[in-house]
Each structure stands twice: as C-alpha cells, then as structure tokens.
Design a protein. Structure first.
Length: 201
C-alpha cells in the first residue's frame, strides 16, 4: 500500500504535484489489475483500499480543494485517510465532502473551521445601488454562505454554530472531529449534504 501526504497548504504547485502522484499511481494500478486473455482484457478484483493518505493540512484555496475532491471522489480506487494533524478550513471541507469509508483520526488531530471563505469586498458590493460584476459576486457569495450555514448547522453543536455565523474561527478537538466523521459515516443524508461544500446539486 502506497502512502501519500496531504501535509501542505493547498496552493497550486503542491496541489498539482499531489494530484500528479495520485494519477501516476493509479495508472500503475490500472496496468497491474488488467489481465490479457483470449477473450480480451479482463479487470481483476481490486483490493481496496489501495493507498493511504496522511493529512496535516492548514487549508488553502477552495478551488484547488475542489480539484482534489473531484480526483478522489471519482476514482475507482479507494484510499484510507489518516488525520494525524490539523484538518483546517478548506481541508475540512474536502474531507467531510469525501466522507471516506476508511478513516483513522489520531489524538493529535484537530480542526479549525469558519463561516466565510471567499475574498470579496462585501462592504462595497452590498451597497444597494451598486451594480455589475462585484454585485453579482456578492449575490453568489450570499448563496454560498447560506449553503455553508445549512451544512455547519448539521455538523456542530448550537454553541459552535452560533459562533461560526458571527464570523469566529471555531476550533475542534480530535474527539469532536472524530464525532463529526462518525456521524457522517452513518448518515447518507449528511453525506449528501457535505458534498455540497463543492457540488452544486
């Protein structure tokens, strides 16, 4: 089983290297599991999980997190996820949206979550007479915030939820992180909800 390390802030260079390493490994697995016979090419039974992804990630760019989400969620291979350190901000979005079947959370794990993750000048954009691209961005921003509000309401307790919607950074212990992933693993509706961190529907 191959190990991968999501132990970087999610920025372009490191993200592309990480995804390239996943792609290269899966291409090798494709060759390994294909067997040529007189009847054609057959696919052997895949022994999942095929790899292990260690996570100690302070978050980063949401659009790049969406790329990681797409690659891992659409893969025919499964991975074991090990949260050994922080799973903050966009990394928290990523892991909860993936809702992995195989996940280990160590006592050294933690998470920091917050309500707003878009860089936008809401002061200017919220002026009623303001029009154009900034206004459109603000309206999209409000829709995304409503979506986040719905997700967080189902993931954390009332006290933390109220802090989140007031704009505070909320820190979660390893036990709280474990509880969230345990709840997600048992609840299909919650799994569908957390996918909305990235997916439109």
């Amino acid at each position: 089983m191959k190990n991968f390390y999501l132990n970087f802030a999610i920025a372009e260079e490191d993200t592309l290297k990480f995804l390239a390493s996943i792609e290269d490994y899966e291409n090798q697995l494709d060759l390994k599991y294909k067997v040529s016979t007189d009847e054609g090419v057959l696919q052997e039974v895949i022994e999942n999980p095929v790899g292990r992804i260690f996570i100690d990630c302070p978050g980063g760019i949401v659009s790049l997190s969406a790329m990681i989400y797409h690659v891992l969620s659409t893969s025919k291979y499964e991975y074991e996820y090990v949260i050994s350190g922080c799973v903050d901000s966009a990394a928290f979005f990523l892991l909860t949206a993936l809702a992995p079947k195989n996940i280990t959370i160590y006592s050294s794990a933690s998470a920091m979550i917050h309500y707003s993750y878009f860089e936008i000048n809401t002061t200017i954009a919220s002026v009623k007479k303001h029009h154009g691209p900034e206004r459109d961005r603000y309206e999209n921003h409000k829709k995304e915030m409503k979506k986040l509000e719905s997700i967080y309401k189902n993931l954390v307790d009332k006290d933390k939820y109220e802090k989140l919607i007031k704009g505070a950074d909320v820190h979660l212990s390893s036990k709280e992180v474990s509880k969230i992933f345990n709840n997600i693993s048992k609840d299909v509706n919650l799994q569908n909800l957390t996918k909305r961190f990235f997916e439109l529907t």
